[in-house]
Ligand binder design. Structure first.
Ligand SMILES: O=C(O)[C@@H](CO)OP(=O)(O)O
Length: 345
C-alpha cells in the first residue's frame, strides 16, 4: 500500500503541469510537488524528514464561519471509518478547481465572457474525463458560476464520481425558489451534494469584445493590444472587466463563502472560468500582477489543493488519462479512496 501510494506521488511529479507558458512558476510548483512527495512518503512510514521550505503560502485571515451544509459523508464519518481519528486530527480539506470544458464559442475562437454558451462535444468529453480524474477525491459541496458551461462541467464530472452522491443545484434566487426546492428526507440529503451557483464566479465580463473573433480582433487592433486585454492584470477590455476587477468579486466571494466551508472541513469543488479561476489562483498562490500574466488554464483539467492549517497547498494537476496514479494523495485522501475501494469492489 505504502509503495503504491509513493508511486502515485512520483506519478504526480512527472505529470503535474496544467499551466502552459509558466516556466517560472513551474519551478516553484516542482518544489512544492517534490515536498508533497516527501511529506507523502513520510506519512507512509518512511523516514524522510519534511522540509519547511516550500512554495506554500499562508492564506489570509478567515473572516467568518459559514453555516455548515447538512451533508455528512458517511465515508468520512469517524464512526464509519477505522481511520476516524486521523480525520479529526488531520483537519484538512480538499479543494478542486476546474475550468469548464471547451464551449461552443471556445471552439469558434470567440470572446465569450458573460455570454452563456454551452459546452461543445469536446467540452462534454473533457468534463467526463475530468470527472474520472477526481472520482476518488471527496467532495461535499460544489460552487459553480451562474453560467451553463461551468454547471454542465460540474454535473458531467459528478456522473463519474465513485461515491455516487447526487449533485443538486441550490436555488437561492428568492424565498419561493428556496422553499419550492426543499428536500424532506434527511437520508436523501445525506446522499446529495449541494451545488451553489453564483455570478461572482462568472467569467470576466469581456465588454465590447464579447462575440468577436479573437484572431480577427488581433488582426484589427494588434496582437500586443489584444494580449494586454486578455492577460494583463489591470487593463480592462473596452467597457469590460480587467482581471483586477474580476478578482474583486471572485476572490471576495471565495473568501466570504468558500474559505469558511474549507475551514469547517468540507471538501469543495469549484467549477468556473479561465479568468475567475486565474484570479482565485493568484490569491491562493500569492502571485504578483506580473506573474499572473503568464498563467494559462487548460479547459477541463482539475487542479487539487489541500487546505490545511490555514494554508493552501497545491497537490499537483493530473494530465494522465485516468485518475489513478496522478494525484499524490494525502494520507486522508488515500484513506478515503481505500474506503471507496472497500465499499464498491
Ligand atoms: O473568451 C473568454 O471568455 C475567455 C475564456 O475563453 O477568453 P480568454 O482566453 O481571452 O480570457
Amino acid at each position: 500500500m505504502a509503495a503504491e501510494l509513493y508511486y502515485q506521488a512520483i506519478g504526480t511529479l512527472q505529470s503535474h503541469s496544467h499551466l502552459n507558458n509558466f516556466d517560472h512558476h513551474q519551478k516553484r510548483y516542482n518544489n512544492v510537488v517534490t515536498l508533497v512527495a516527501r511529506d507523502f512518503v513520510s506519512s507512509n512510514g518512511l523516514s524522510i524528514r519534511r522540509s519547511n521550505r516550500s512554495g506554500q503560502r499562508s492564506c489570509s485571515v478567515i473572516r467568518s464561519l459559514a453555516s455548515q451544509t447538512s451533508v455528512v459523508d458517511p465515508v468520512l464519518s469517524p464512526s464509519r471509518s477505522n481511520a476516524g481519528d486521523t480525520y479529526k486530527k488531520s483537519n484538512e480539506a480538499a479543494l478542486i478547481l476546474i475550468r469548464h470544458g471547451e464551449s461552443l464559442w471556445n471552439e469558434k475562437n470567440l470572446f465569450t465572457g458573460c455570454v452563456d454558451v454551452p459546452l461543445s462535444k469536446k467540452g462534454i468529453d473533457e468534463a467526463i474525463e475530468a470527472g474520472k480524474r477526481i472520482s476518488s477525491i471527496p467532495i461535499d459541496v460544489i460552487f459553480t458560476s451562474a453560467l451553463i458551461r461551468a454547471q454542465m462541467t460540474a454535473m458531467l464530472a459528478m456522473t463519474q464520481h465513485r461515491r455516487g452522491k447526487v449533485p443538486i443545484i441550490m436555488h437561492n434566487e428568492s424565498e419561493q425558489s428556496r422553499s419550492w426546492s426543499q428536500v424532506f428526507s434527511e437520508d436523501t440529503k445525506k446522499q446529495s451534494i449541494p451545488v451553489i451557483p453564483s455570478w461572482q464566479l462568472n467569467e470576466r465580463m469581456y465588454g465590447e469584445l464579447q462575440g468577436l473573433n479573437k484572431q480577427e480582433t488581433a488582426d484589427r487592433y494588434g496582437k500586443e493590444q489584444v494580449h494586454e486585454w486578455r492577460r494583463s492584470y489591470d487593463t480592462p477590455p473596452p467597457n469590460g472587466e480587467s482581471l483586477e476587477m474580476c478578482a474583486e468579486r471572485a476572490v471576495a466571494y471565495f473568501r466570504d463563502q468558500i474559505e469558511p466551508q474549507l475551514l469547517s472541513g468540507k471538501n469543495v469543488m469549484i467549477s468556473a472560468h479561465g479568468n475567475s479561476l486565474r484570479s482565485i489562483i493568484m490569491y491562493l498562490d500569492k502571485l504578483t500582477s506580473q506573474e499572473v500574466i503568464s498563467l494559462e488554464l487548460s479547459t477541463g483539467i482539475p487542479m487539487l489543493y489541500i487546505f490545511k492549517e490555514g494554508r493552501f497547498i497545491r497537490r499537483g494537476s493530473p494530465v494522465a488519462p485516468s485518475e489513478a496514479g496522478v494525484y499524490a494523495y494525502t494520507r486522508r485522501l488515500a484513506l478515503y479512496k481505500q474506503k471507496l475501494d472497500d465499499m464498491f469492489q
